[in-house]
Design a protein around this ligand. Structure first.
Ligand code: GLU
Length: 464
């Protein structure tokens, strides 16, 4: 059997963390089992679906590298197929026309609630052996209802939650086509999963309630029932429902915030799934390891600190050219041009060990490409009257020494030793004048990258 999984987003918003994890698990399950991963766009809620949302979901999947083998299939383009299946069910007697009007339904519901019973369709138009149905009223467009079994239970072995059984008398004859002929949500999902040969439905557990209805429909159609794996929800850092501050935003926001896709993927993989104590792994490894048995049934909690830790790890490992491109792009967005300035790959190499996001990396290296003037207090603290002439002399020597970190280091050292000082006494004011702040990696390496001309310019501005 070829494993076939699908990701079936409703395009009513962007791809958020929960959706991305569902997509990742479905994708990985197919990839790890030589199967196929299908993208299906569930766009039948015309009022809420937008082409922008479709694009946003695809952008998110693209950024994460979750490539699909088939699709995207759009439910709105499959209407004829749904209508044909509805006709077949009507002919087979597994579905029937119901003329109960919305007003009658409301009255029915109210009467049931007053009587203290669960509101449900009362089966007036359900054909039964030996039952005489009323003649269809003129001028009322019927809906189509599924003839749900009235006894027995629907049971499935949920791959995450274990065995789930629902009594059929809990489910009423739900509508599969509205009066205007349009098919309803559960019906489309079932026809799609059937037509697309889906073997494993991996989705959020907000769909658990739909599953018994979908299984009954599949039985009525006489087709195979897939395995179901319902993923528990993701809670925010604070244990509450995901909010805009963490996770409920588009995955593209993570790109904007300076996360690498491989860090987000690695992070998502561990959100409700584990392989021993493994924390850091790439997607090749993940696809090999991923199984449904080790998905946790309890809710997973988002942990920004851990995501940052993983991101820092991947930034340390990333190709320097790629980091350089990322930082160049981010600085450009801030209006800071980098061409003609310090060599970016060298600059990011100097800082990448110290940051956990690309945005922090961009913040850290801004001073290479634009002057950042030190605050007066910082300047006064480090550029003392005693140190001024020493720096001035050093500036003279820097004008014609070999321009390498090593020879720059020697010159600073000489100035330190010949004046009987400690190294920071000279290095700190240099830092302040060159970077605008009192913290930087080794100052000689910074100077080499800044370039002689820029170093002299910045020093002379304060010393000359
Ligand atoms: N379209 C549904 C959603 O976005 C998913 C349905 C399914 O996976 O069966 O929540």
């Amino acid at each position: 059997m070829t494993i076939r999984t699908r990701f079936a987003p409703s395009p009513t918003g962007f791809l958020h963390i929960g959706g991305a994890r569902t997509a990742l698990f479905s994708w990985a399950y197919a990839r790890g089992h030589g199967g196929k991963f299908i993208l299906r766009v569930e766009d039948t809620d015309v009022a809420r679906s937008t082409p922008e949302a479709v694009q946003a979901i695809m952008d998110g999947m693209n950024w994460l590298g979750l490539n699909y083998d088939e699709g995207p299939f759009y439910q709105m383009q499959r209407m004829e197929r749904y209508k044909a299946v509805i006709q077949e069910m009507l002919a087979a007697g597994t579905a029937y026309l119901c003329y109960t009007s919305p007003d009658e339904l409301t009255a029915m519901r109210e009467a049931q609630m007053t009587a203290g019973i669960k509101p449900r369709y009362d089966g007036t138009w359900r054909p039964e052996l030996g039952k005489n149905l009323a003649t269809s009223p003129i001028g009322v467009l019927p809906v189509v209802r599924f003839r749900n079994p009235q006894s027995g239970v629907v049971t499935w072995e949920d791959q995450v939650k274990g065995r789930i059984s629902i009594a059929n008398d809990e489910l009423d004859d739900f509508i599969i086509a509205r009066a205007d002929g349009t098919p309803t949500y559960n019906f489309c999902v079932v026809v799609d999963d059937w037509d697309m040969g889906i073997t494993h439905v991996i989705r959020g557990d907000d769909h658990v309630n739909n599953t018994p209805r979908q299984i009954n429909l599949l039985h009525a159609l006489g087709v195979a029932v897939p395995q179901y794996a319902h993923l528990s929800m993701i809670l925010g850092d604070d244990g509450q429902k995901l909010s805009k501050r963490h996770g409920a935003v588009s995955v593209m926001q993570y790109d904007e915030d300076g996360y690498l896709p491989e860090a987000v993927l690695n992070y998502l993989a561990r959100l409700g799934w584990s392989h021993g104590d493994e924390e850091v792994f790439d997607m090749v490894q993940f696809c090999q390891w991923f199984d449904l048995d080790h998905i946790t049934a309890s809710a997973a909690q988002f942990n920004t600190e851990k995501l940052n830790w993983l991101n820092a790890h991947y930034i340390k490992q990333a190709d320097l050219g790629r980091l350089a491109t990322e930082v160049t792009k981010r600085l450009a967005l801030r209006g800071i041009a980098t061409d003609g300035g310090a060599e970016m790959a060298g600059v990011v190499a100097l800082y990448r060990e110290r940051v956990s996001t690309l945005n922090e990396l961009s913040d850290a290296v801004e001073y290479f490409y634009q002057r950042i003037h030190p605050a007066t207090e910082v300047l006064e603290k480090h550029l003392t009257a005693e140190i001024r002439p020493i720096l001035l002399a050093l500036t003279g020597q820097l004008a014609d020494c070999a321009w390498t970190a090593l020879s720059i280091h020697h010159l600073i050292e000489q100035a330190v030793v010949s004046n009987g000082l400690k190294f920071p006494k000279v290095a700190m004011p240099l830092r302040v004048l060159l970077t605008g702040g009192a913290q930087s990696p080794s100052i000689d390496a910074v100077m080499e990258l800044l370039g002689r001309e820029e170093v002299l310019l910045r020093l002379n501005e304060y010393l000359a």
